[in-house]
Design a protein around this ligand. Structure first.
Ligand code: AMP
Length: 122
C-alpha cells in the first residue's frame, strides 16, 4: 500500500487537492472520477481512511451502510437509479489503486436505458 495514493482522497476531503465534489456529509464525500469508465462514474469515499473493504470491522457497520445509501441517493439524483453498478475493488490484484476505501457508482447517462458489461470497463 502506498502512503502517497492513500493520502489523495484524504487531501481532497481536506480541500488540499481539487476535485469535482458532488456531495458531502459528516461521513463521506462523493466526487466525479477523474478518469470516468462510464458516462456516470462517481466515487463515494468515506472520510475515515479505511484502506480496503477487508480492513473495515464491525465498528464500521453503520459507515458502510451509509456509503451504500448515499450511492443509491446519488444514482437517484443523477436519474440512473434504475440501472447502475456499484464496484469496490479490494486489493491491487483486483484493480485497487487507491488504498482508501471507495465505492464506484457507474451508469450510462440518464437518458439511455440500461447498459451492458462492455459499456463499463472498471
Ligand atoms: P481504484 O482503482 O478502485 O482504487 O479506483 C481509484 C479511482 O480513483 C480510479 O477510478 C481513478 O480514476 C480515480 N481517481 C484518481 N485520482 C483522482 C482524483 N484526483 N479525483 C477523482 N478521481 C480520481
Amino acid at each position: 500500500m502506498s502512503d502517497v495514493t492513500e493520502s489523495i482522497f484524504s487531501r481532497i476531503i481536506q480541500r488540499e487537492l481539487p476535485a469535482d465534489i458532488l456531495y458531502e456529509d459528516d461521513v463521506c464525500i462523493v466526487i466525479n472520477d477523474i478518469a470516468p469508465q462510464a458516462p456516470v462514474h462517481m466515487l463515494v469515499v468515506p472520510k475515515k481512511p479505511i484502506p480496503r473493504l477487508v480492513d473495515a470491522d464491525t465498528d464500521d457497520q453503520i459507515l458502510l451502510g451509509h456509503l451504500m445509501l448515499v450511492a443509491g441517493d446519488m444514482a437517484r439524483k443523477f436519474g440512473v437509479d434504475e440501472a447502475f453498478r456499484l464496484v469496490v475493488n479490494n486489493g491491487a490484484d483486483a484493480g485497487q489503486t487507491f488504498f482508501h476505501l471507495h465505492l464506484h457508482v457507474l451508469a450510462k447517462a440518464k437518458d439511455t436505458a440500461g447498459f451492458s458489461e462492455s459499456d463499463i470497463t472498471n
